[in-house]
Design a protein around this ligand. Structure first.
Ligand SMILES: O=C(O)CCC(=O)C(=O)O
Ligand SMILES: [Fe+2]
Length: 306
């Protein structure tokens, strides 16, 4: 089966000074034009712990295997699912594409894991991810607690309302090959994450940008730092007090950029809506509908009103 990878496109255009037209974003999105170049606010950093370096090495090693080996390893049904997901996520209504290859698979809870979706090579991949799942889950627990306390609620509230012990940790690996024209294209286009929280580890090639005060600002690379995004579900639960962050990623001319976001998502049938403790009529009416996470995701993927 033929799966068109951006990595393959990138290798064809390595020495060129152009990229295929479908990767050229409209001017209003081009990083060269829209990135804010003045002094940028510091993104707050909190000292918690170190990310798992093994995870980075194992994920990168997978993408750098020969294309046929990657495809053989994943098998046709996984490739079909992968391709379908990419077509949905990467192609916007104008048929534009993004300069990124990616892979999704669940890493928690153990009952939700389908190892058929996990790369079997490098051999360290499975263990690195299993260790990382436990580590990153501990970080998320601390964050849910702080987010609850920040709203004047008991510490357990936000995690329980996010799916509790059934919470799914969805690993995504973004692989952004070097690009001859990083000024014209984007890795991942502007979006907010569907998740409750996202915890992301990047490699040392900068590229993440966040929209702050209507300006696209670079998120500085900080060695060993985890990046935390508030996702749509926390915005909904907090009835808009916490805002999900609009972000995008740019690519690099000479270096491969990678990032490993883990999306903390409720189970598909789990209903998320504004926390009753935060809503009262008429002063604080609910600003969002309560709905099943799968219905939220369907509307968002298909660009339907929520
Ligand atoms: O690569 C990054 O830094 C951001 C990726 C991202 O936002 C995503 O995959 O949802
Ligand atoms: Fe994202």
């Amino acid at each position: 089966m033929e799966v068109e990878r951006v990595q393959a496109v990138a290798s064809l255009f390595l020495t060129s000074d152009t990229i295929p037209a479908e990767f050229i974003r409209p001017e209003k999105e081009q990083p060269a034009i829209t990135t804010f170049r003045g002094p940028v606010p510091e993104i707050p950093t909190i000292d918690l712990s170190d990310p798992d370096e093994d995870n980075l090495a194992a994920g990168r090693a997978f993408f750098e295997l020969p294309q046929e080996e990657k495809e053989d390893m994943l098998g046709p049904h996984v490739l079909r699912a992968w391709k379908a997901m990419e077509t949905k996520l990467q192609k916007d209504p104008e048929g534009k594409k993004s300069w990124v290859d990616h892979l999704f698979h669940k890493i928690w809870p153990p009952s939700s894991i389908n190892y058929a979706f996990w790369p079997k090579n490098p051999p360290s991949y499975r263990e690195a991810n299993e260790v990382y799942a436990k580590y990153v889950g501990g970080v998320a627990d601390k964050l849910y607690k702080s987010l609850s306390l920040g709203l004047g609620l008991e510490g357990h509230v936000m995690k329980e309302a996010s799916g509790g012990e059934e919470l799914i940790y969805m690993m995504k690996i973004n692989y952004y090959p070097p690009c001859p024209r990083p000024d014209l294209t984007l890795g991942v286009v502007a979006h907010t994450d569907f998740s409750t929280l996202t915890i992301l580890v990047p490699n040392d090639v900068p590229g993440l940008q966040v929209l702050k005060d209507d300006r696209w600002i670079d998120a500085k690379y900080i060695p060993n730092a985890l990046i935390v995004h508030i996702g749509d579900q926390i915005e909904i639960l907090s009835n808009g007090i916490y805002k999900s962050v609009l972000h995008r990623s740019t690519v690099d001319k000479g270096q491969t950029r990678m990032s490993w976001p883990v999306f903390f998502e409720p189970q598909p049938e789990f209903v998320v809506g504004p926390l009753p403790q935060l809503v009262n009529e008429p002063d604080n009416p609910p600003k969002y509908k309560a709905k099943k996470f799968k219905d939220y995701a369907y509307c968002k993927l298909n660009k339907l009103p929520q």
